[in-house]
Design a protein around this ligand. Sequence first.
Ligand SMILES: [Zn+2]
Length: 244
Amino acid sequence: MASERVYQEDAYLSTMEATLVRHEGESGLVFDRTNFFATGGGQPGDIGFVESEDGDRLKIVGTVYSEDKEDVVMMAEAGTTLPEPGATVVLHVDWKRRYRLMRMHTACHLLTVACPFPITGAAVGEEESRIDFDIADAVPDKASVTDALLELVAANHPVFSRWITEEELDANPGLVKSANVRPPRGSGRIRLVCIGENGSVDTQPCGGTHVQETSEVGEIHIGKIENKGKTNRRFRIRFGPVPA
Ligand SMILES: [Zn+2]
């Protein structure tokens, strides 16, 4: 049984109980279910701590998928004593960091609406995120993209996810905005992240964590647009108002 990825159904669950199934390597922990997001799709994995029944706290320094991509592996700080399989513990996500990543990740989706070009790369960060676009023609300017982003934030569109089959995705190739990254296949189902009523603002495959309403993204701006190759343009999103 693969670890249940609770963060895919409820991104706001910062604390929950889980049972340790096994160790992986020197410091990896695999639980029956977890609210810790595993690194993927440009979003970094969660950090936080695991609280045992007697109140001991074990620091978690990162979260990744197992090699076969089935399990979520939470990495304990090196050199610490791990709980034994069967132990029931409480998982605490570093919520301040995760919520910033959720806001930033949602902002990245909004940028693909404000800037509708094929995506060649993306990375979500706590302070700054970047998306690379393939833009052969005139590149939109920072100010107009920032204005379009803030309009989408202010409109407070709902953000939600739903699952489709791989066949449904094949029948709708336009859903995939990434030029070189295909959504992971093999499980038979694909998670779509939708913005707006019925996904009218944006709908694309994504396994990440997002906020529930676009207003939660808050104030953001385009900090920089860089040339990274002939038609590759790197857009950087930052929190806060446009610097004076
Ligand atoms: Zn996403």
